[in-house]
Design a protein around this ligand. Structure first.
Ligand code: GDP
Ligand code: MG
Length: 177
């Protein structure tokens, strides 16, 4: 599951952004270690996690960066964006405001990141369907308009998490590989 003793063909930096508490750290924990912790504080302070995947017969090391709480103070620095070839902009499907703020996060991205960065919109907490505040169709239309990939995920139930990361990494590989 983790890194093997192998030749790495590519290292791709992918950053997670989005409002606080949307589930960025848990998405990363799910993808990098297949874990979910109810007490998210355990992951605060971690800069990035890596996982190596085989895509198109190439060993691709995904280096996934987490804001580690900086989003609360709007203190995501340009160093965070530097060198990123992919970005996941995460909102919580039960929190309308976190979806409305996606526009701001995209502005931040476009101000700081490379113009060819691959961007994926992620509606997380799909397991909380009864509390849904953002219709899937609204997000899908928004993503189409903004030229973003889109997926709904649940870090808790491990739904679509692997698929979301594999999709963005495959797309990055198509561009730079
Ligand atoms: P971050 O601030 O964006 O990093 O968010 P966290 O990963 O710390 O998650 C915030 C809260 O949402 C925590 O209580 C998590 O347990 C919870 N959470 C994260 N992902 C999911 C999910 O997919 N489903 C549910 N129900 N809760 C989640
Ligand atoms: Mg976090």
């Amino acid at each position: 599951y983790g890194d093997f003793n192998q030749k790495i063909d590519y290292v791709f930096k992918v950053i997670l952004i989005g409002d606080s508490a949307v589930g960025k750290s848990q998405l990363l924990a799910r993808f990098s270690r297949n874990e979910f912790s109810v007490d998210s504080k355990a992951t605060i302070g971690v800069e990035f996690q890596t996982r190596t995947l085989l895509i198109d017969h190439k060993n691709i090391k995904a280096q996934i960066w987490d804001t580690a709480g900086q989003e609360r103070y709007r203190a995501v620095t340009s160093a965070y964006y530097r060198g990123a070839v992919g970005a996941m902009v995460v909102y919580d499907i039960t929190k309308r405001q976190s979806f409305d703020h996606v526009t701001r996060w995209l502005e931040e991205l476009r101000g700081h990141a490379d113009k060819n960065i691959v961007i994926m919109l992620i509606g997380n907490k799909s397991d909380l369907g009864s509390l849904r505040a953002v219709p899937t169709e609204d997000a899908k239309e928004f993503a189409q308009r903004e030229n973003l990939f889109f997926m709904e995920t649940s870090a808790l139930e491990a739904t679509n998490v692997e698929s979301a990361f594999v999709t963005i990494l495959t797309e990055i590989y198509r561009i730079v590989g």
